[in-house]
Design a protein around this ligand. Structure first.
Ligand code: AMP
Length: 223
């Protein structure tokens, strides 16, 4: 099963992605997480990417595209969920070309839809567990509030992502995501059109509900 997932930062895309990965036993390939790993390991690629990431800018395509396509080739043999890529039209075309060349089907494209103001509130309150980024913790959502300042799932220490607390960086990331001309929504529409031509299936999921509600809706449609 090969799946592409779209959703603004703050839409719960990472959380839902982890659930899909488990359900289908496929690789979860997250471009942002690959960059963060390079940064924490101090690689050349990480050093080049950091300044862009801190400001909420896209890392240039000549760094991002080969990195993601190579990871897909290396880790995606038994199916994949690609998250955070493509984010613009150039990346969308390159991905589609690479899939066709490799005769790799794209089974589903999932779009988690969330209004921009809600996405922003969710980003600023989210807290990341040092043991597992996909343990949901949010200081303003009762159902997933941290317990005594620690992860509500495992008691682990909680951190924030630096680009999550910088309002200008959040706005920039959302400007890119919601841009229907050249940004991530344009890339999503590219795949929606392919679905209309019968080349993939495009699922639109309402991201406003609780984690469980969104998961249920996703599972109903992913069959
Ligand atoms: P994310 O974890 O998806 O929010 O990504 C964090 C940051 O990594 C983004 O704000 C970008 O700076 C960078 N990034 C992730 N994916 C891409 C991509 N497909 N193209 C360019 N930059 C990306």
């Amino acid at each position: 099963m090969n799946i592409l997932i779209f959703g603004p930062n703050g839409s719960g895309k990472g959380t839902q992605g982890a659930i899909i990965k488990k359900k289908f036993n496929i690789a979860h390939i997250e471009s942002g997480a690959i960059f963060r790993e390079h940064i924490s390991q101090g690689t050349d690629l990480g050093k080049k990417a950091k300044a862009y990431i801190d400001q909420g800018e896209l890392v240039p395509d000549d760094i991002t595209i080969p990195m993601v396509l190579e990871t897909l080739k290396q880790k995606g043999g038994n199916g994949w969920l690609l998250d955070g890529f493509p984010r613009n039209m150039v990346q969308a075309h390159k991905l589609w070309d690479a899939l066709q060349k490799a005769h790799m089907p794209l089974d589903y494209v999932v779009e988690i839809k969330l209004p921009r103001d809600i996405a922003k509130q969710r980003i600023m309150g989210r807290r990341l567990c040092v043991n597992d980024n996909n343990h949901p913790n949010h200081i303003a959502i009762e159902a997933i509030k941290p317990v005594n300042g620690r992860c509500r799932i495992c008691g682990g220490e909680l951190k924030t992502r630096p680009d999550d607390q910088d309002e200008a960086a959040i706005n920039k990331r959302h400007d890119i995501y919601y841009n229907e001309e050249t940004g991530t929504m344009a890339a999503a529409h590219f795949f929606k059109k392919l679905a209309e031509e019968g080349k993939t299936k495009y699922l639109e999921i309402d991201g406003r509900g609780t984690i469980d509600e969104v998961t249920q809706e996703l599972e109903k449609q992913l069959c």
